[in-house]
Write a protein that binds this ligand. Sequence first.
Ligand SMILES: [Zn+2]
Length: 442
Amino acid sequence: MVEKTVLNIGFDDTDSPKGMCTTFLAYKIVELLQKQKTEFLDFPRLIRFNPNIPWKTRGNGAVSIRIKTRNPSKVKKQIKNLVEKYSDIKNGANPGLVFFESDTIPAEFKNFSNLALWQLIKRNYAKIFAKKNSLEFFYQGNGQGLVGAIGAIGYDFQDHTLELLSYRKRMKFGKERKLSAKSVKIMQEKTLPNTFNSFDTKKGRVLITPHGPDPVFYGIRGENVDSLVYASTILKSDEKLDGYMIFKSNQGTGDHLKNELNFENMKPFASGKITGIVSNIPKIEKGGHVFFKILSKNHEYWCAVYKPTGISTTASHLIPGDKICVGGGVRKASKKFPRIINLEFIDVISLAKNLSLTNPICKRCNKNMKSKGKNQGFQCVRCGNKASKKITVEIPRKIKKQLYIPELSAHRHLTRPKQRIGISNKTSKFEKSLSWFCVYGN
Ligand SMILES: [Zn+2]
């Protein structure tokens, strides 16, 4: 009997803004492999990479699947066919597909994946990497999808979340999604903190349904399989769905902001964090967007905080001398500003004293004294009491020493939600008996 080999399959960039979705392709691949009784070694892995690169498809998410098979060449052929069938090439998808037969994942792959989390990786570098490591790879279009395909195989989880994605029947693609908002709210109440970012109670908005024409009906994010499956049974809709699949993901881990930014690596589209001292008084621009500078290791950097993030008010209350750690994406220089960091969080480490010089107060009358003219001193208009100098008063600060993160509606896939701060999930061990994949029989 032929020995089984471990086959890692990575793919990315099969979708376009007009339809389809890389996770749906994964669902189709798993459906096919399940029919052949393939042995799965892990959940399908949905890895989100640097969200600040300009040509990303919706979420810059790639998928990898890890299986054991006696017939890798047959599986590869089947998957290649599916990738070709389900990629939206005519609408601008640039799919990449990678096969790697190995039990272990070498360190080079992990390094490649780590870089893809926060940098802009050129597709030529991915092609060179694939050749150097004797990967079997295929691409269409410009091959940009190879970056995510390799990265998804190489990704090494330190923390993870799960997402249950449900898929629509083909005839429903592009049609309006009708899901009871009330049921989503109830689901969140019943399953929090084992699920997250399902419903924005402040704005009364459902956060689990996409709005585009892709095959996803909803996606529930959470910490373990049981909670997600339970959550899905609470949701109410009349639409008959095709099935669901649970992915293991780096969503909600803040992965792209772990990298330390500095003068050398602060290239356009890089993501990361940097610690420094606020060095000017924040400017509030039209629309409520806030701009300020921080000084870090003898270099000054502009930071931008846009109104929709919900942390622009926090930024406007910063003063020179505040020590903060900020995270975000580096934007190219424009006519108006040099290179700038678009902030996705502000962590206030220490607050400077906000001191202000004011006219002295008359101790007898408890009234502000009036200036008698330049260098003439001050006098109380009521009792005539005199003083020579202005006094320093401390104005209470309006922000605290804490972490400020965007409002729910401004969260990206990778944003670490408040309830996950300080949490590292290592518990969802993969077992075949888990109901991580289901095609409904209706
Ligand atoms: Zn007085």
